[in-house]
Design a protein. Structure first.
Length: 351
């Protein structure tokens, strides 16, 4: 016997598939020694779901059979897509520079670091918020210490400052933030190696009570490949462009809706396999999200599609963005190519 049922509870959807001695309940396989045992488990599972408020709306009248895919057809499509998830992931994977923090008692002014004191020439105006509050160094990257990654500079020092005197949430006044008022990104292409020319007295800084980290951390780096998050605003379009099944034309409205739900199932499968790989600190590659991808709400001809810096919550090194959140800085690829860091998209979100 072969049968497939799809049940719903509000916006949730689950499927139970019977095929001989096997029952698959929402992608989990149960094997039995006889078809009778499998059928009994199949029916029992359905009854349990119905008892808990799920309802079956997949009973398709004969006259409507040609308006939608049958449950068995949808299940077959899902199995075929599931077998191609790894292949799809490998086509969109990107290299990044993983950042490995370590505790330290002292760093030089030129060194890559999270927190601490920055490299800063005396003749320049130190970055401040509009009310004059000095900003705190969140991160400093010296590219002479990092592996080479396409698009990123091969030399120079890149710095990320945020307002940390407690007047904002980690330097964010609006979500996401483009205006470099309570945050700042600075780039020094030719760092001055003469310490006499550098600021060495930082007593003017207010206490950094609004930083997501407690101590200065030294940084090491390594090349790593990362998959794209299913929360990335580009992900759904990429999936549809890769799998021909989502490019069919002349479909009924019911068939279009069924394919959208099938896409949701595929995305759930992808998330289970790859989402945990996106955590951590990095330069380049793909960002991780604890909520939504705010970049989809930013208007413009070019997206902020290059991840300039990601700092994750990290218990081991006492880094915490609110409730296990994450901070990301994005730049438009064309601006990065020009080494123009005046337009940066800064986002922060927590659980």
């Amino acid at each position: 016997m072969k049968c497939n049922k799809i049940l719903r509870l509000s916006s949730l959807r689950t499927s139970i598939h019977l095929d001989g001695c096997n029952v698959t309940h929402y992608q989990q396989l149960h094997q039995f020694s006889s078809e009778a045992e499998a059928e009994a488990f199949f029916n029992q599972s359905i009854q349990e779901l119905l008892t808990h408020g799920w309802y079956d709306i997949e009973s398709i009248p004969v006259e409507d059979n040609n308006k939608d895919f049958t449950p068995d057809e949808l299940y077959g499509m899902f199995l075929e897509l599931k077998n191609q998830v790894d292949e799809f992931a490998n086509t969109i994977i990107k290299p990044s520079i993983a950042i490995i923090p370590s505790s330290t008692t002292e760093t030089t002014l030129w060194q890559s670091k999270f927190g601490g004191l920055p490299y800063f020439p005396k003749h320049l105006d130190y970055p401040t918020a509009p009310d004059g509050t000095p900003l705190h160094l969140l991160a400093q990257i010296n590219f002479s210490e990092t592996p080479k990654l396409e698009c990123l500079p091969e030399k120079g020092i890149l710095q990320f400052y945020i307002e940390a005197a407690g007047q904002t949430a980690y330097g964010i006044e609006e979500y996401p933030q483009l205006a470099q008022t309570t945050f700042r990104v600075l780039y020094f292409p030719e760092p001055d190696l003469n310490s006499d020319n550098l600021l060495d007295n930082f007593e003017f800084l207010p206490p950094g009570i609004g930083l997501p980290l407690e101590d200065c951390l030294a940084l090491n780096f390594a090349i790593k490949s990362t998959p794209m998050s299913a929360s990335d605003y580009r992900f759904r379009t990429l999936v549809k462009s890769y799998f021909p099944i989502f490019q069919q034309s002349n479909l009924t409205k019911a068939q279009e809706n069924s394919l959208e739900e099938l896409l949701d199932d595929l995305i759930n499968e992808y998330e289970e396999k790859y989402e945990e790989l996106l955590g951590g600190h990095r330069l380049g590659g793909y960002p991780a999200f604890v909520q939504n991808d705010d970049r989809k709400n930013v208007e413009g001809e070019e997206g902020y599609d290059f991840l300039l810096l990601q700092i994750d919550s990290d218990d081991e090194h006492s880094i915490m963005w609110g409730d296990a959140g994450i901070g990301n800085f994005f730049i438009q690829p064309s601006a990065l190519k020009r080494l123009d860091f005046s337009k940066i998209l800064y986002t922060y979100a927590c659980c």
